[in-house]
Design a protein around this ligand. Structure first.
Ligand code: IVH
Length: 669
């Protein structure tokens, strides 16, 4: 692969993975299986290894996904919450064992545990009492869900016994038993609410509920797997877990101390079939080096310990009948074929639908109506058809054909050369696309308009109150009040947050416009290079592609966006309402004070997010860099900067500038 291709591919994979992380951790609504996610991550890791010049601190390969939500107070974890390396095959597991034996020079004892498939939780105990509970968050800081956690019966409020350290952290997984999940989803369906995709999402969604009474009513459970403290009672992980069990924590009986690697394989084998009898879901087994001394010797990579690994079980598979195929139109006009199946029980839930991805997938499977198909669930999320049982096909059965016109608006579909998906080109009038663009516009990372969700957008759209995102700024409270499930208070809150969105900086406004292929990162780059929207809209394809990070695909999408007269009308309207269409308008945050400076951002900040600091640096003439070198002018250093980076900075004599000092430097404070 050529360097330029690799660069584009790496960026594309990063964008894609970030979107999946958001779907999974924040929306609790994953759209691909864990297995497919792991494949994407693997591909990115391989490319970053092969082309180290494109490595970046911001890459999802170096971070754990984030579940942070604005409604909770956040705290920094005393011990970062890392993720686990994982594998699906025995060979890689053997490699893991060999690496460890090589490093230590001897065979080691392992503790085998189940990999509980729920939401992880970190609970601080002080003087024997539950002090604070945090979600994993982005691994560095988490949401404070103490009140919710207090309602979970298997989490002790007080602990007692010998050797209880004055302060310790207990980590575990909050789970929703399958029986509770089924009951909850039945109720939700009856109430007209969307069901949860699986018990994991239900557990994590419940944990993030703002009303602890709801959490209390949902019978969540918690299994504990990790004790952390400055004053640990024992020198092995196993003994510490067993001690914690005596204090009152639920440590499952399945935890097993294995004296050889063969015993580990036995444990994995045993639970592959036994797991179906458990009342909750697991997605694999976790293997941990027992000795804490050896754990310390082995240490960590940027996001996971070198002394532990997860072995994940392969997907479960069943067969059922294909009843029909429907075609869904997404917000960008993409068409997704969906198979409607005879209901079948698979990995804990009843499956009625499966995704078919695109035309090629249908052709590859050679699907016919009424075929008996094999369905698989990877990470127990959206099931997928992986094959057809040709022996049972009826001779006269009809082949499934991809549709030629949009099921929503009737426009002939287009499939571009080299692309797998069909899309509906009726950008301006196809209803799901219109609604989708408005939903994107109001989303958190775009204009962040609170109080307006998918349902309200639907409602406003169906009542003909909005047709595009510019219409939002003409809404009046009186128009909203009469709508279903709306009161005076929510109506005026919505109008207020629409008004508040006028403060959103230029780069996010650019992102909110929903120009194809212009994601958050690209929008930031564009805003730094084209300081006003007029400059951007008149840029030629050559000017655009001369910018680092903008390839021909992005450039031509920008050109065609501005070539559309309707878009220009909308932008002019947005300008007249006062949205920010130039970088200079960021009050007080624009100067040339950082001219010529290459700045690396590291750690967690209090006053602005990392993304905001990136923009602030650009708006003050500085350049954001992602790797530390002798050419770095200084590091904008927040809390929790890694020790390795600090050491390297000292070595290279690169100065660390704290958050307040930095703001003073540019004259904000
Ligand atoms: S140990 C540094 N043990 O898996 C070690 N994690 O991919 C960190 N998980 O966020 C975790 N069961 O939520 C550990 N027996 C177990 C686990 C477990 C489930 C989850 C946990 C973590 C994720 C890591």
């Amino acid at each position: 692969m050529k360097r330029s291709e690799a660069k584009e591919k790496i960026e594309e994979l990063r964008r894609e993975i970030e979107e999946h992380n958001y779907n999974y951790y924040v929306l609790n609504n994953p759209v691909i299986t864990d297995f497919e996610f792991d494949l994407l991550m693997n591909e990115l890791e391989t490319l970053e290894k092969k082309f180290p010049e494109f490595r970046s601190d911001d890459s999802p390969t170096g971070k754990v996904g984030s579940d942070l939500i604005n409604d909770f107070r956040q705290y920094v974890h005393e011990y970062p919450m890392l993720s686990l390396g994982n594998t699906y095959n025995e060979e890689e597991l053997r490699d893991f064992n060999s690496r460890i034996e090589k490093a230590t020079g001897t065979p080691v004892d392992y503790v085998c545990e189940l990999k509980y498939d729920g939401a992880s939780i970190s609970i601080i105990y002080r003087n024997g009492r539950l002090f604070r509970a945090l979600t994993r968050g982005d691994g560095t800081k988490g949401d404070d869900v103490t009140l919710n956690v207090r309602t979970i019966k298997s989490i002790p409020e007080r602990v007692a016994g010998e050797n209880v350290p004055p302060e310790f952290v207990m980590r575990g997984e909050i789970l929703m038993p399958r029986a509770v999940f089924d009951r909850l989803n039945d109720e939700r369906t009856k109430d007209g609410l969307p069901p949860f995709a699986n018990p994991r999402n239900a557990a994590s969604g419940t944990l993030k509920t703002l009303d602890p009474r709801i959490v209390g009513s949902r019978d969540l459970d918690c299994n504990f797997y990790f004790l952390l403290s400055e004053d640990l009672p024992h020198e092995t992980h196993y003994e510490n877990l067993m001690e914690a069990a005596k204090w009152g924590f639920r440590v499952p009986e399945s935890v097993n101390l294995c004296k050889s690697f063969e015993e580990v394989l036995g444990f994995i084998d045993h639970w592959e079939s036994e797991r179906k009898k458990l009342p909750f879901d697991i997605d694999g087994v976790v293997l941990k080096v027992n000795s804490l001394r050896i754990q310390e010797e082995l240490g960590f990579t940027a996001k996971s310990p070198r002394w532990a690994i997860a072995y994940k079980y392969k997907a479960e598979r069943v067969s059922t009948k294909l009843l029909s195929v429907s075609f869904q139109v997404g917000r960008t006009g993409n068409i997704t074929p969906v198979a409607n199946l005879e209901p079948v029980y698979l990995a804990g839930t009843t499956v009625k639908r499966a995704t078919l991805h695109n035309e090629d997938q249908i052709a590859m499977l050679d699907l016919h109506l009424n075929d008996t198909v094999f369905v698989e669930k990877g990470g127990e999320i959206i099931p997928k058809i992986v094959g057809v049982d040709h022996t049972t096909r009826n001779e006269n059965s009809v082949e499934i054909r991809f549709i030629e016109t949009c099921p929503e608006c009737g426009t002939p579909l287009i499939r571009n050369e080299g692309e797998a998906n069909h899309f509906c080109p009726n950008y301006l009038h196809c209803p799901p696309q219109l609604k989708g663009r408005i939903e994107h516009f109001i989303s958190r990372k775009a204009m962040d308009i609170d109080g307006l969700g998918e349902e309200t957008v639907d409602l406003l759209f169906n009542k003909n109150l909005i047709r595009n995102y510019a219409d939002l700024y003409e809404l009046r409270t009186e128009q909203l009040i009469p709508l279903e499930r709306m009161g005076e208070k929510s109506a005026s809150n919505i109008i207020k947050s629409i008004r508040d969105s006028l403060k959103v900086p230029y780069s996010r406004v650019l992102y909110a416009l929903g120009i194809r292929h212009v994601g958050e990162t690209v929008a930031r780059t564009i805003a730094a290079r084209f300081r006003t929207i007029d400059e951007l809209s008149s840029a030629s394809i050559d000017t655009l592609t001369s910018v680092n990070e903008i390839g021909p695909k992005i450039a031509s999408s920008i050109i065609s966006f501005f070539a559309d007269a309707d878009n220009i009308v909308i932008i002019n309207r947005l300008k007249s309402y006062g949205l920010r269409f130039s970088a200079e308008e960021m009050k007080g945050l624009s100067s040339d004070k950082l001219n010529g400076k290459s700045i690396l951002i590291s750690g967690v900040f209090q006053k602005h997010s990392r993304d905001e600091y990136k923009i602030i640096i650009e708006n003050n003439g500085g350049k954001n860099v992602t790797s530390l070198s002798g050419n770095t002018s200084f590091i904008l250093a927040g809390e929790n900067m890694g020790p390795a980076k600090k050491e390297k900075a000292a070595e290279l004599k690169v100065m660390l500038v704290g958050e307040n000092e930095f703001l003073e430097m540019i004259g904000e404070e």
